[in-house]
Every structure is written in structure tokens, then in C-alpha cells.
Design a protein around this ligand. Structure first.
Ligand SMILES: Nc1nc2c(ncn2[C@@H]2O[C@H](COP(=O)(O)OP(=O)(O)O)[C@@H](O)[C@H]2O)c(=O)[nH]1
Ligand SMILES: [Mg+2]
Length: 385
């Protein structure tokens, strides 16, 4: 689960590492907690451990380039959206390789947008807008059409841009919900770091009480990162989170992040259980929770719409986190959400690194989707999916 904490900085260009362990598979839930080990704290940072650098005599390279090699968020976002960009931009490039704008081409574009999981409504909206612009502004070239498409997408996504403001309450209580594996716990780890970097104190509530491993992983992570984790053996989620809120108040903590067990919208008893968790939070702290975050895996495409609606009905979703935008061609799902299940998109995730979750900014997102950095997938005209 916290595999990302074990990882080297991803874009490590140095080719050879004497194979340690397949880091993707590393799970430390079985191993005892080696609390406070400085090296585990370091791995999330950009700088590689100096000891390992010295252990790498494989190539006689004079200087190790890694410390400066960690790409910026903008670069990681672009890299993360590469497959969706290929779907959209690559699709456009292919269309225009052949002919000028006409009705057939717009229909093919419609298919391209649907394939990128933009959803029926956003796609229709974009197409209507493009037809209007085509006639009114006499669009002729691929660049013009792409620019019009980017503008249309931006106006669809802009309303989702509403960064989370935690300044109004202390503690600011954030409840996290979603299906299994959507990235809830990982996102909590990333968010804890994010808020700490803003000088806020953070407390985690291990509300995924269904699995002992989930609780232990959060506890281990908390110890290593100097974040208090409230958990209980055998308690139910509502009780754990209730305790956590009281602890946060007693300690003057700024932000409480409450994890919950994964559940499907169709599991009605579990949906009722999470509704109860929400009610208990309101009892523990009147006015809370101040944010109810639904975590969505971008790979699920149009299922995201069902999930937003179902979780909203049960617990009143106030914001979304869309994870795993890297490695999916379904990034258009954010446009579908904007048109069909609009909720503030607080954060997007484009990787397993601790800083690979950042506030959603519509312009930055659209720019990354249509960027044509040399060598990017969008430049390829071979249509490889
Ligand atoms: N590639 C990628 N993987 C992610 C991202 N967010 C989470 N994951 C991975 O998704 C898996 C499930 O995450 P986890 O937080 O345990 O999900 P939970 O069941 O909702 O708590 C883990 O292997 C995470 O490392 C992301 O933005 N990109
Ligand atoms: Mg979890």
C-alpha cells in the first residue's frame, strides 16, 4: 500500500542498480516497525541516499545527476497524462494527417473523445461548440481545431477547480471514502505531507478497521513521518474516528484525515455504515466533517459517475480526488465528471511518489493534455494506443 514510500525517485536516469527488491512489490506490513529510521524518511525525497550512491561503481560516471533530476510537478503531470494525451492529441493528429475539417472528421473526433472517457455529455458539448466555431470562425487547420478543443475543455473543467481551503476550522476534519484500491490510504499519506509542508499539524484516524494490515500500515507510516495515528484494535470506524477527533482537539491539531474501509456503492449495508461514520463525526465535532473526499481511480472511467452519485447520496461528498491518471488513457473522465457529476476536484494523482498528488488546476491540466513536448506520445502519428 505504501509502496511509494519505498521507492527511489522515479525518473532516475542512472541505468544500473544492483537489483535490490522489486520495489513495486514491497510491502512492509509483515515486518516489525523500525520506527524513526532516517533512511526511510529520506526515500520520499528527491535526493538519493548517499551511501547507495557510493555503492554504485558500475559505470565510471563522474557525477551523479539524480539530485536535480526529479522533474517538476508540471513535467510529471505531462508525463502522467501521456496516454490520455495520445488518445486525444494523437487522435487529432491522425485525423488531420488525412484531410481538412468536415462533418466526417468531427464524427471521428467524437469517437476519439468518447474513447478518452470524456463521457457522452461532455463530448456532445465539445462537439457542439466545435461545430459552432468551425462555421463562425472558419476553422481550417488542425492547430485551430485543437486550440478550439482545448478552450472548450478548459471551460468544461474550470468549474471543478476549487482548491481545498482548510483555514476556516481547527481541527479541519477530512473524511476519506471510496472503493477498495482507489488510493484512499496512499492519498492520505500524500495529503499528510502536503499539509505538513504548509506548516500544519496533522493527525490520522485509522478508520479502515476491516483489515488489521490497513491499520498497521497507517500506524507504521505515521511513526516514520512523525504524524500521530489514532487506531484501535477491534473498534469500529466510527469509534476510532470519534477518538481521533477528541485527540486532535486536545492537542490543538490543525487537520484530521480520517481513513475508511473501501466499499462498493452496491454494498448497501456498508454504505449505511459509512453514513453512520459521518453522523458520528458530526457528533464529535459540530460542523464536521468539513470535507468529505471521495477518492476515484481514473482507470474506472465512466463508473466514476455512478460512484460520485452513490457516495454523495450516502455521505454528502464535498470534494474529489482522482488518482492514477498516470498509466490510463481514460483521463477524459474528469470532463465527464464536470458535466455529469460535478464536484470540486480537489486533488489529482499522477504517480506513487509522495508529491505526486497535487491540487487540480484546470489550465495546467488542459495544457498538459495538449502539450507537444518533443518525443511525447502526442507527437507520434503511428496511432499506437
Ligand atoms: N500509479 C499510481 N498509483 C497509485 C496512485 N494512487 C494510489 N496508487 C496505488 O494504488 C494502490 C492502492 O492504493 P491504496 O491507497 O492502498 O488504496 P485504498 O484501498 O483506497 O486505500 C497502491 O498500490 C497505490 O500505490 C496514483 O496516483 N498513481
Ligand atoms: Mg486503504
Amino acid at each position: 500500500m505504501f509502496g511509494f514510500l519505498k521507492k527511489k525517485p522515479k525518473p532516475d536516469p542512472v541505468p544500473v542498480k544492483p537489483a535490490e527488491v522489486p520495489s513495486d512489490e514491497v510491502r512492509d506490513d509483515e515486518s516489525p516497525v523500525d520506527a524513526g529510521e532516517a533512511d526511510t524518511l529520506q526515500v520520499a525525497d528527491a535526493a538519493p541516499a548517499p551511501v547507495e550512491a557510493a555503492d554504485e561503481p558500475v559505470l565510471p560516471v563522474p557525477a551523479l545527476p539524480q539530485p536535480a533530476a526529479r522533474p517538476s510537478w508540471g513535467e510529471r503531470l505531462k508525463a502522467g497524462l501521456a496516454r490520455t494525451r495520445q488518445q486525444l492529441g494523437g487522435g487529432l493528429a491522425n485525423l488531420f494527417g488525412r484531410r481538412k475539417i468536415d462533418e466526417d472528421l468531427l464524427e471521428e473526433l467524437e469517437t476519439t473523445l468518447l474513447m478518452a472517457d470524456c463521457g457522452v455529455e461532455a463530448t456532445q458539448h465539445l462537439l457542439d461548440e466545435l461545430r459552432r466555431r468551425w462555421k463562425r470562425d472558419h476553422l481550417e487547420t488542425a492547430d485551430q481545431l485543437q486550440a478550439a478543443l482545448a478552450e472548450g475543455l478548459l471551460s468544461i473543467l474550470k468549474p471543478l477547480e476549487a482548491p481545498l481551503d482548510i483555514s476556516g476550522h481547527s481541527p479541519f476534519i477530512i473524511m476519506i471514502a471510496g472503493v477498495n484500491g482507489s488510493g484512499k490510504t496512499t492519498s492520505i499519506g500524500k495529503l499528510a505531507k502536503y499539509f505538513q509542508a504548509q506548516g500544519k499539524s496533522v493527525l490520522l484516524a485509522a478508520g479502515d478497521t476491516f483489515r488489521a494490515a490497513a491499520r498497521e500500515q497507517l500506524a507504521t507510516w505515521g511513526e516514520r513521518n512523525n504524524v500521530t495515528v489514532i487506531s484501535q484494535t477491534g473498534g469500529d470506524a466510527a469509534a476510532v474516528i470519534f477518538d481521533a477527533i477528541n485527540a486532535a482537539r486536545a492537542r490543538g491539531i490543525d487537520v484530521v484525515l480520517a481513513d475508511t474501509a473501501g466499499r462498493l456503492p452496491t454494498q448497501l449495508n456498508l454504505m449505511e455504515e459509512i453514513a453512520k461514520v459521518r453522523r458520528v463525526i458530526a457528533k464529535a465535532h459540530p460542523g464536521g466533517p468539513h470535507e468529505v473526499l471521495l477518492v476515484l481511480d481514473a482507470n474506472i472511467g465512466q463508473n466514476a459517475l455512478t460512484q460520485v452519485k452513490a457516495f454523495d447520496a450516502a455521505i454528502g461528498v464535498t470534494g474529489l480526488v482522482v488518482t492514477k491518471l498516470d498509466g490510463t488513457a481514460k483521463g477524459g473522465v474528469v470532463a465527464a465528471i464536470a458535466r455529469q457529476a460535478p464536484k470540486p476536484l480537489r486533488f489529482i494523482g499522477v504517480g506513487e511518489g509522495i508529491d505526486d498528488l497535487q491540487p487540480f488546476a484546470a489550465r495546467e491540466f488542459v495544457d498538459a493534455l495538449f502539450s507537444t513536448t518533443p518525443g511525447s506520445l502526442a507527437d507520434r502519428k503511428d496511432g499506437a494506443a
